[in-house]
Design a protein around this ligand. Structure first.
Ligand code: PBG
Length: 327
């Protein structure tokens, strides 16, 4: 047949297919979530996230060593405090779980990037992401608490703080507080377009952060909306966010693409606990090839425009990249 265009020419050999790849992945763009439990000594598997662990303060460096041995260079920390109360005071304590964990990691591995999640839901007795007035999270009052938390993380040595609270004006307040305390070099990775998603289920049981009543729809975004994500990213960018984030990832690839095209700031995607747990359980049931699904989903997120990815599969993905399965 007389065909001028034969796209299959570029699919003919493995080497040509690799040459022709439009999306390239790097282990350096992966961020591994680490859960630190103040009440734990040693390491304990997380029931809701097969293959993931809670780390005690005495063993958090093991999590980092695990990352380093796979070529993963960045982590994001989540804390499970010994005490919770209405205002989440242990979230900004100098000897709080995250503050201690950051110091422990940074003293041993100063070049390893430590990002801290800045939120109140793991620290409040009611499990909401801020200060309650009645059954509502009070936006403006919460901002002052978030600023204290961010400054305490920066003082402990965090490289970046990542506010995941979805309060209005949070980035501006954090930037000002960080600068005021001399932390001009501490970057802000803003969870800009964070949706009120059912995909956070396994995380909430892992972090003990499910709200005791109601839901988070009054502050997290409605999954029906796309333009609102642009607005949220624009506000965070204007307020000084260094990195923008879309979360979850897989059901929001359109949002990732649009934000990547619209903003000059680097874009992070968070492939959340439910995305990981679904692959794990489908694989455990013998329904899918875990390795290939892991690779294909990660590629799709980068193809959509993400510059970096927070994923529970960071170490396995780094291995797949090094082996050349993807990349
Ligand atoms: C804290 C926070 C959550 C996640 C990251 N930071 C939970 C939530 O908002 O309910 C979810 C991460 C995941 O599911 O992997 N606010």
């Amino acid at each position: 047949m007389d065909l001028t265009n034969r796209p299959r020419r570029l699919r003919r050999t493995d080497a040509i297919r690799r040459l022709n790849r439009e999306t390239r992945l790097s282990a350096e763009a992966l961020i591994y979530p680490v859960f630190v439990d103040e009440t734990l000594s040693g390491v304990r598997p997380i029931d809701s996230l097969p293959g993931q662990n809670h780390y005690g303060l005495d063993s958090v460096c093991q999590a980092i060593e695990g990352c380093i041995s796979h070529g993963v260079k960045h982590c994001i920390l989540f804390g499970l405090p010994a005490h919770k109360d209405e205002c989440g005071v242990s979230a900004w304590a100098e000897d709080g779980v995250i503050q201690q964990a950051v110091r422990a990691i940074k003293s041993q591995y100063p070049d390893f990037t430590v990002i801290t999640d800045v939120c109140m839901c793991e620290y409040t007795s009611h499990g909401h992401c801020g200060i309650l007035h009645g059954s509502e999270v009070d936006n403006d009052e919460t901002l002052a608490y978030l600023a204290k938390i961010a400054v305490s993380h920066a003082a402990a040595g965090a490289d970046m703080v990542a506010p995941s609270d979805m309060m209005d004006g949070h980035v501006a307040v954090l930037r000002e507080a960080l600068d005021h305390h001399g932390f001009q070099q501490t970057a802000i990775m803003a969870y800009s377009a964070k949706y009120a998603s059912a995909f956070y289920g396994p995380f909430r049981s892992a972090a003990g952060s499910a709200p005791s009543f109601g839901d988070r729809k009054g502050y997290q975004m409605d999954p029906h909306n796309r333009k609102e994500a642009i607005r949220e990213c624009a506000l965070d960018a204007q307020e000084g966010a260094d990195i923008l984030m879309v979360k979850p990832a897989l059901s929001y690839l359109d949002v990732i693409r649009e934000c990547a095209d619209t903003f000059a700031q680097p874009l992070c995607a968070y492939s959340v606990s439910g995305e990981y747990a679904m692959i794990k359980s489908a694989a455990a049931a013998g329904l899918v090839d875990e390795e290939r699904i892991m690779c294909e989903t990660a590629v799709s997120i980068f193809r959509a425009g993400a510059n970096m990815l927070i994923t529970y599969y960071a170490k396995e993905l780094a291995d797949a990249i090094h082996r050349g399965d993807i990349g």
